[in-house]
Design a protein around this ligand. Structure first.
Ligand code: HEC
Length: 445
């Protein structure tokens, strides 16, 4: 009893231990912020020293309190994500206290060295580095540009890609990049002018999707030894989406490829709901519509393990969501983004595979807000919006990446996924015969 009283008195009399940069704040910043806040990276200033951090004190405290930083758009879901960029409430509180206490640096003995990032590659030394054969010039002004640029890989054997890390030179203008493998090297010969590559949003011919990169996304290895196949002789096709910034910029990216040591035991499939970014949904978003919604569902014909989930929409996207209703009736949230931000696109991998039994129903929904109250609305006053490739147009989808529990189910899944796209396209053409022309024009690009 007496010791408890003493303890209480002591706690009362002694000043609360000061929160210092060296002891408490540096570890949080270095671990959660420095990867982007360093020279040559996406963030506009560095956070690699006491002086860097103290200079931003109040803004920084506000940015973490509102969870604007670190950027991470997925709300907590039913399952944990890997490499989650989310500070704990305690870490956020500690930063607020430190700023209120006048941001003391603390004792030299507590100092932590800032992290180092080997040779600029976030994932370590790549197995193969390729560079764009020529520079693409992005004008200062004008509409968004979609550009397909092929890079010969010089592979003389088949490979499995476990990760791709891209280093653009025109980072400010690169909105997102989709990667494709072109086994026939067709894209390589295609050209429509003096600039490298060709326009449009079709990477050409029989290309195979290899994922992508978007502003704010971090390069990542696929979990559990998963990988995507590229056959020998393939080109890598980068499908760029550039957004002019007001300054002319030059893009000549370097791409690091990481290969698996051996073929993966299980193969991934992507289940996109609705398919093709809602191309067949007939998006017709009237100005002022606060909540325009599309929904899509798919019931799994086989047991699968969910690997990760991602979402895509343009500026009017608001809520993007995917749930899994298990055969037991239990509803699980796979992804919930309640305040979509075009600037922060990411793939969210689950920390552990999520078992989805045969008969699980996936439900996805995408909501758009085309009112003047949407601070991200690119049009003022709001305009009528349809499906399209420009950032003032819209598209939207939620994609589940999963592996069938048994490899034998792979062909069935692949054929059902193709079938869903074909049947969505057919239904749309039946409803709106003129759409066939639009589709043909898109395919021809
Ligand atoms: C994934 C990359 C990334 C990470 C991780 C990241 N930032 Fe940022 N940060 C950015 C980018 C890009 C910007 C500038 C664009 C913007 O303001 O949206 C930015 C802007 C900021 C700003 C300016 C906000 C304003 O209102 O002007 C602050 C402050 C900030 N970051 C603090 C942090 C802190 C603190 C952390 C870690 C807890 C962190 N950031 C983690 C990329 C990142």
């Amino acid at each position: 009893m007496r010791s408890l009283v003493l303890l209480l008195v002591a706690a009362f009399l002694l000043p609360a231990q000061a929160v210092t940069f060296n002891k408490d704040i540096a570890p949080i910043i270095y671990q959660n912020c420095a990867a982007c806040h360093r020279p040559g990276e996406a963030a506009p200033f560095s956070l690699l020293s006491y002086a860097d951090v103290a200079k931003k004190g109040t803004t920084l405290a506000g940015a973490v309190a509102s969870r604007y930083m670190p950027p991470w758009k997925a709300d907590p879901a039913s399952y944990e994500y890997r490499d989650q960029r989310r500070l704990t409430d305690a870490q956020i509180a500690l930063i607020q206290t430190w700023v209120k206490q006048g941001m003391p640096e603390g004792a030299a003995k507590d100092r932590t060295a800032p992290p180092t990032f080997a040779s600029g590659w976030r994932l370590g030394e790549p197995d193969l580095v390729v560079e764009m054969p020529a520079t693409f010039h992005i004008p200062a002004e004008g509409a968004d540009i979609y550009r397909n640029i092929a890079l010969p890989l010089g592979l003389n054997e088949d490979k499995w890609i476990t990760a791709i890390e891209m280093h653009p030179t025109a980072r400010a203008a690169v909105h997102h990049v989709l990667y494709f493998a072109d086994p026939n090297g067709k894209a390589h010969d295609k050209s429509d002018g003096p600039e490298p590559g060709f326009g449009g949003m079709r990477a050409g011919g029989a290309t195979v999707s290899l994922g992508g990169w978007a502003v704010g996304a971090q390069p990542q290895f696929f979990p559990e030894g998963l990988a995507l196949s590229v056959t020998k002789g393939s080109d890598l096709v980068m499908q760029y989406h550039f957004h002019p910034t007001g300054k002319p910029l030059e893009e000549k990216a370097r791409i690091g490829l990481y290969f698996a040591k051996k073929a993966p035991e299980r193969q991934m499939v992507a289940i996109q709901l609705p398919p093709v970014y809602s191309l067949f949904e007939g998006l017709d978003i009237t100005p002022g519509d606060k909540d325009y919604v599309v929904k899509d569902s798919y019931t799994l014909p086989a047991a699968m393990d969910a690997v990760g989930v991602s979402a895509h929409a343009h500026y009017l996207g608001k809520i993007l969501k995917m749930t899994a209703t298990l055969p037991s009736g239990e509803v699980k949230t796979l992804l919930a983004i309640s305040d979509w931000d075009f600037a922060w696109q990411d793939r969210y991998f689950f920390k552990d595979f999520v078992a989805l039994p045969k008969g699980t129903r996936l439900d996805a929904e995408v909501h758009w807000d085309n009112s003047a109250n949407n601070p991200r609305n690119p049009s003022s006053p709001p305009q009528h919006v349809e499906w399209g490739e420009q950032s003032k147009d819209e598209m939207g989808t939620v994609t589940l990446i999963a592996v069938p529990r048994s490899g034998e189910d792979l062909p069935l899944l692949r054929s059902e996924i193709r079938q869903r796209t074909t049947s969505a396209a057919t239904k749309r053409v039946m409803r709106d015969p003129k759409f066939a022309l639009k589709l043909r024009a898109l395919m021809a690009q």
